[in-house]
Design a protein around this ligand. Structure first.
Ligand code: ATP
Length: 235
């Protein structure tokens, strides 16, 4: 469904991504893990189109994204839930979700999606009229994910959904992602620093260090890998 082939990208003369190749099959749950500053968010920016790769190719469902502007990509079915749960603070929960449904598919599926989102995240149903800025961190993350889902994506990209959340809240989010995936067969690409949780939820993983993929494989193989165990799982 999504292929990155030898992608190089950066912000200044200093490169951040040094030839990253990643493959996400339809229906897969793929995690990209790695230390701070490895370039995980930068990968997402190249996929959503806010950063242009200097070299390499990104294709979504066989379509080369090089000539597809960032604002068209959600309409192809690519939803990017950015780091730091950027919800519209002065709008209500409902209005935030409604704004997420701005794609053609999102408008078409709005009623069904809204019911599903409020079912997965009952907190959002309870607070649907509340201003998003007054929600807790975990609730804002649920809303950010809900807004992404409201666009009726084929690929949901989540940048560190557990950031700054208490472990029980983060666990709830991971559980919901698994449930959403099971019920909808949605393809999910996740970036996480909570490596243990990410590799438990996903079925395939990539370890990114200093802008390069240093390891990849099925989650079970990565969890059993000595380097991953020592560097990321504290074993
Ligand atoms: P984190 O978990 O800290 O977000 P990350 O793996 O997602 O880490 P990136 O955010 O992709 O890493 O950042 C990779 C490198 O690019 C870092 O050295 C960072 O300082 C730099 N960088 C990120 N955004 C910008 C920007 N807008 N301008 C210049 N440099 C940037």
């Amino acid at each position: 469904m999504l292929t990155l082939d030898g992608v190089h990208a950066g912000y200044t003369a200093v490169p951040v991504l040094n030839g990253v190749s990643i493959k996400v099959e339809e229906g897969q749950f793929v995690a990209i893990v790695g230390p701070n500053g490895a370039g995980k968010t930068t990968i997402f920016r190249t996929i959503s189109g806010t950063l242009k790769p200097r070299a390499g190719r990104i294709a979504f469902e066989g379509l080369d994204l090089a000539d597809v502007p960032a604002d068209r990509r959600p309409h192809l079915g690519i939803a990017h839930v950015p780091e730091g749960r950027q919800v519209f603070a002065s709008l209500s929960v409902f209005e935030n979700l409604e704004l997420g449904a701005y794609t053609e598919a999102g408008r078409r599926d709005w009623k069904r999606n809204l019911d599903a989102i409020l079912g997965w995240f009952p907190r959002l149903a309870e607070r649907r009229s509340q201003l998003a800025g007054t929600l807790s961190g975990g609730e804002q993350q649920m809303l950010a994910i809900g807004r992404g889902l409201a666009s009726s994506p084929r690929l949901l990209m989540l940048d560190e959904p557990s950031m700054g959340l208490a472990p029980t809240v983060a666990d709830f989010i991971f559980e919901r992602l698994l449930e959403i995936r099971k019920e909808t067969k949605l393809t999910i690409l996740l970036v996480e620093q909570r490596v243990a949780e990410a590799l438990e939820s996903a079925d395939h993983g990539y370890v990114l260090e200093a802008g390069r993929v240093v390891l990849e494989g099925p989650n079970s193989a990565l969890r059993a890998n000595d380097r991953v165990r020592q560097a990321y799982l504290g074993m």
